[in-house]
Ligand binder design. Structure first.
Ligand code: F3S
Length: 440
């Protein structure tokens, strides 16, 4: 039993009552867990959660996911999250799009054998609807778009950094399970990125490049360089214009997701672009900030440093995953147009490398409604999926296979090889390495 007087975190009377069981024994346990988490984070108090959650674990994998027994206890006690939440993509069960081997399909069925029950429990605990499974929930077709300043408890790293940076909402990157429990009590530790001070920039990153860098490479350079803290990035507005716009938002989304992959950074300020940087400019910088410069040489070095992890390093690519994180509708159109153009330029009808493009269910539906663009993509031989491509590798059976991607996040988590978009287009059409020397 926790004695509130022995804690550093200050609790309100309601929070203390809940801790002592005023809302039943299961809620008391949930509250205890959240309070101990706040204590471990050295939070001065709890903050009220003001908007829907987005959680990182949609699959029932034992040891990673919240245990089924715990979820059942929560449901039996009648608990659910204060707001309906969205969740990362479903396990890769859409075998018709993913074209996996029998062994892979069997392994996936075995790994996620409790999935039906897990899904049922998630719905009972507040999962919004069938369209809520994606790692790009702030697309208009999905609609989990918090207002600026909204206090949240999100967990998926790609989403937390977007909510903080692009939407100016406030969340720390919470762990799996504590995300759910925090959203049930409706409280999260008042610390880190929830506070004004925690959102101030710890370093100034000057971009000194000739052209706009690939977002996935720039993200990896920034993440690897600073590892933690809040960067204030200068120089991107030369290429991206001012403010958040339809023609730069996908770039910024990918940049944030990759920085968060390579570091513990969950908020970026981009001069003249992101909302808090637009409002406060360099006043966001702390007094003791450090300065870094990012050059073309560093970006090239990043690309060429990636090892080739294929079992046969000379093999031709057999499969490609695009959409980690899930693509927006704009990006689906970009791939449809550019694959079509590249094929026409080569007098070819279909791509050579089997390609799967992943996006949210609602985004895929909206894309399908545009028959012309949809036909372009499907006719070129692309498959579309709602899955998370990384989970396809979780069985271990894909490891070392000649798989390629445009995602530096997928590359970081698996043995897939990374190609920037323009190079990838060539590889997909020709089936050959585009002459790049990276990854060897
Ligand atoms: Fe999304 Fe899975 Fe990549 S959750 S960000 S597709 S690792």
């Amino acid at each position: 039993m926790i004695i509130p007087e022995n804690l550093n975190v200050a609790l309100t009377q309601d929070e203390e009552d809940s801790l002592r069981g005023s809302q039943g024994p299961v809620m008391a346990k949930v509250m205890q867990t959240v309070v101990l988490y706040a204590e471990a984070m050295s939070a001065e108090r709890l903050a009220d959660i003001e908007g829907p959650g987005h959680f990182v674990i949609p699959w029932s994998s034992p040891g990673i996911a919240p245990p089924i027994e715990m979820l059942e206890d929560l449901v039996a006690a009648g608990l659910k999250t204060k707001f309906p939440f969205t969740l990362d993509p479903r396990p890769p069960f859409d075998f018709e799009n993913l074209n996996l081997s029998i062994e892979e399909e069997e392994a996936i069925n075995e790994m996620y054998k409790d999935q039906t029950r897990y899904d049922e429990l998630m719905f009972q605990l507040g999962l919004r609807d069938e369209d809520a499974y994606t790692c790009n929930p702030y697309q208009p077709e999905v609609g989990n778009i918090p207002q600026p300043g909204t206090v949240l408890a999100w967990s998926e790293s790609a989403c937390a950094v977007y909510a903080n940076s692009i939407l100016a909402a406030r969340t720390n990157r919470n762990g799996a399970i504590i995300d759910l429990l925090s959203n049930i009590v409706g409280k999260t530790p008042f610390t880190g990125l929830i506070t004004d001070q925690g959102r101030r920039a710890t370093c100034l990153l000057e971009l000194d490049t000739e052209q706009l860098p690939n977002a996935h490479l720039l993200g990896a350079v920034i993440g690897s360089k600073i590892q933690t803290g809040v960067p204030y990035i200068v120089g991107l507005d030369r290429f991206l214009g001012s403010g958040i716009r339809a023609d730069n938002i996908d770039y910024l989304q990918e940049l944030g997701a990759i920085i968060a992959t390579y570091s513990a950074v969950d908020l970026i300020h981009v001069e003249n672009i992101t909302p808090e940087a637009m409002q406060h400019n360099r006043q966001l910088l702390r007094e003791d900030y450090s300065t870094y410069v990012i050059t073309d040489e560093q970006l090239d070095h990043q690309l060429f440093s990636y090892p080739n992890l294929w079992s046969d390093s000379e093999a031709k690519p057999i499969k490609c995953f695009i959409g980690c994180p899930h693509l927006s509708l704009r990006e689906l159109h970009w791939w449809a147009d550019n694959l079509h153009k590249t094929l026409r330029a080569k007098n070819q009808e279909k791509i050579t490398v089997e390609t799967i493009i992943c996006a949210a269910p609602g985004v895929l539906r909206a894309f399908e409604a545009d028959r012309e663009s949809y036909s372009k993509l499907i006719d070129s031989g692309v498959h579309m999926s709602q899955a998370c491509s990384e989970t396809v590798f979780e069985t271990g059976l894909c490891t070392g296979k000649p798989i390629i991607t445009n995602s530096n996040k997928l590359r970081a988590y698996t043995t897939a090889r990374f190609y920037p978009d323009d190079e990838l287009l060539e590889v997909l059409v020709s089936g050959e390495d585009a002459g790049g020397e990276h990854g060897h």
